[in-house]
Design a protein around this ligand. Structure first.
Ligand SMILES: [Zn+2]
Length: 226
């Protein structure tokens, strides 16, 4: 049977009832415990905890210790949603918080869910500096970088690319992504909508919907190491 999994979404309170799999991402430090308890309870759901670049001003002094501690106690957790956003203030702190989380992901062999708006040059520079001290895999959520970079990034950084409502308008990136690196996301509070997204990807790539769903499901499990 074809299965579906939303590679990047967020939790509503209370969480949506879902028939599909989901990777729930925290954005703020105050989301962490909730992501852990919901993903512990619901089948086929996975959690990512981290500091989103929009919320760096809310972090407590011991955020990093708290993050490390929760990751140690929960071996399945990913780190996310983390990254850089040029539309938000204090790029210097954004970079610092992002780099610390990247190092933690490397140290603890976790994947990361990456948010990047208008800062691909900065992020690629950081990856270059970190060299081989990088996360286990990188999920470029709502990928907005250069289509020409996709194949190289996939290979060099074990990167997967997720497509959803906001980055499917321009189809060039999707068409430039190797089939085994495509995953799908809603970036919403309702992972059930992933079926619509997968069907849209199937239409754009001219692949039968059932087959596309299967490819995306397998890609997501491979990315997660399942
Ligand atoms: Zn998100």
């Amino acid at each position: 049977m074809t299965k579906y999994i939303d590679a990047h979404c967020h939790l509503s309170y209370p969480p949506a009832e879902t028939d599909v799999g989901a990777v729930y991402n925290a954005a703020r430090q105050s989301d962490w415990e909730n992501v852990i308890s919901v993903t512990d309870m619901q089948n086929n759901t996975f959690g990512a905890i981290g500091i989103h670049p929009w919320y760096i001003s809310e972090i407590t002094a011991d955020w990093e210790n708290q993050l490390r501690d929760l990751l140690q106690k929960n071996s399945e957790l990913l780190i996310g949603e983390i990254g850089l956003d040029k539309h938000k203030p204090d790029m210097e702190t954004q970079i610092q918080v992002f780099c610390n989380q990247l190092l933690l992901a490397y140290e603890m062999k976790r994947g990361v869910c990456l948010h990047c708006v208008g800062a691909w040059d900065k992020i690629l520079n950081i990856f270059n500096v970190f060299q081989n001290k990088l996360p286990h895999f990188i999920l470029a959520h709502c990928y907005s970088g250069n289509p020409k970079d996709i194949e190289r990034l996939a290979e060099k950084y074990n990167m997967y690319f997720s497509y959803g409502p906001r980055n499917l308008q321009d189809t060039e990136r999707l068409r430039s992504t190797p089939l085994d690196r495509i995953v799908a996301e809603t970036d919403s509070f309702n992972p059930n909508d992933i079926v619509i997204i997968v069907n849209r990807i199937a239409t754009i790539l001219n692949i039968a919907p059932e087959k596309m769903a299967d490819i995306i499901y397998q890609n997501t499990l491979r990315m997660l190491g399942i």
